[in-house]
Design a protein around this ligand. Sequence first.
Ligand code: GLC
Length: 500
Amino acid sequence: MRALKVLFVGVEVGPFVKVGGLGEVLRSLPKAMRGRQCDVRTIVPKYASVDTATFPMRSEIQKLHVASKEEDPHGLLVTNILRHTGKDKAITYFVENMECFEKRANVYGYADDTMRWVLFSRTTIEFIRRSKWKPDCIIANDWEAGFIPNLLKTEFQDDPALSNVRTIFCIHNLRNQGMFDAAFVSELDTDSGQGPIPGLFSPEIKKLNGMRRGILYADAIVTVSPTYAQEIVKPEYGEKLDALLQDRRMDVYGILNGIDYDTFNPETDSDIAERYTYRTLASRAVNKAALQEHFGLPKSPNTMLMSYVGRLDEQKGLSLLESNNTIRSLLDNLDFQFVVAGAGEKRFKIFFKDLEAAYPGRVAAQLEYSEKLPRMIFAGSDAVLVPSRFEPSGLVQMEAMRYGAIPIVRKTGGLADTVTDFHPEKKEGTGFVFEKFDPNALLIAIVRAYESYRNKKEWRKLMHRAMNADFSWKKSARDYIALCRKIAEKRGEKGENSSG
Ligand code: GLC
């Protein structure tokens, strides 16, 4: 079989630049696909934070002009392509531009974000046009890369240099669609996705809905779990794109994310206090003590330690802890410790800081991004909370289970696909699952976990089951490859373009 050539496009790719789950998936999925008769490469903007001492680069193609002379008389938008080859021979391309990427410390959050992503998308296309290496399939990730399927099916549809390139649009989070809040955008300002992409300096560019455009024009659409794929065609989870997704449902696939088993492995992890496997769980106690010490909590081996790891975002269901004073009632009535790690919305930072002050020695929070801390928490805590309002896939619950921390999750999206509810008599389950987005439902799940924790023998069996569940990328990587091959075979046929 001929090697399949795949290019992943996204605005964060670990380990070079990682803000959240997207960056983690774009680090680990290409890695899992490589070698299986696949030549898989990635392309990402080169921000100021990308460390070229750690990741040396050489020039691949220089001076790509993606804006016209009139639009860009001073050449501020001229881009270059750099190339980094990893120790494992993995190739990553970087889009270099002083104004839009090099001068920016962060990935997201600038007034000209849409323009930056259109520039990135146009550069990627121009690079493929000029490059000898041409992908059979582009996997464009989230709204920032949704302009790629759009441009290929419209402006570039007759370009012979691109005629064999197919696209998959991958949705990691349907809520983020552009530089506006889809829930509040007026009808007048709604982007139907049908019109041409305006010039880079046009004020209209801010109104573009990259999510809608990606869904509208890609050859296939993937989202990151089977349950989320079913949820998003309904109004409740559809973020106003459910009707379009319904129209395209024959082309929508749900492929569950995996986690990188080399990185998330308590047997080899050098960042945790003591390594262990499900057979040597006694060693795990060292990690619990280390975690309690790190957070300045009493080193009590038998007190249940519950944690929250992740973005501090409304999506994650943190408001359930707030409303009805749920977490406070739990802390007032049950003897457990609670640690929190993650960056995000100010509102939740204040909430957790207040909680820490109100319950000294019981609650502790570290509210900034850390690469190592999540793994220390998974290795040391007994249970991990993921009460999400919606969750396309979720990685935390899988990472936690691999380290023997039991997830308490809401039954939605990828959480529903990865955690099964504890049932001691049936000897089943890998966590605690609740259904309704309701503070009482969460409270009951936490109380169930707390009670179960007291039965050491059953809890140990629960940990065994969680640690032995298979969340490697193996199966999903195969599914992505099969889908790429399937749409690549459509070569020569005119792409079926849905018109929404
Ligand atoms: C987004 C989603 C999360 C998913 C991640 C990677 O962050 O919110 O559920 O795991 O993308 O696909």
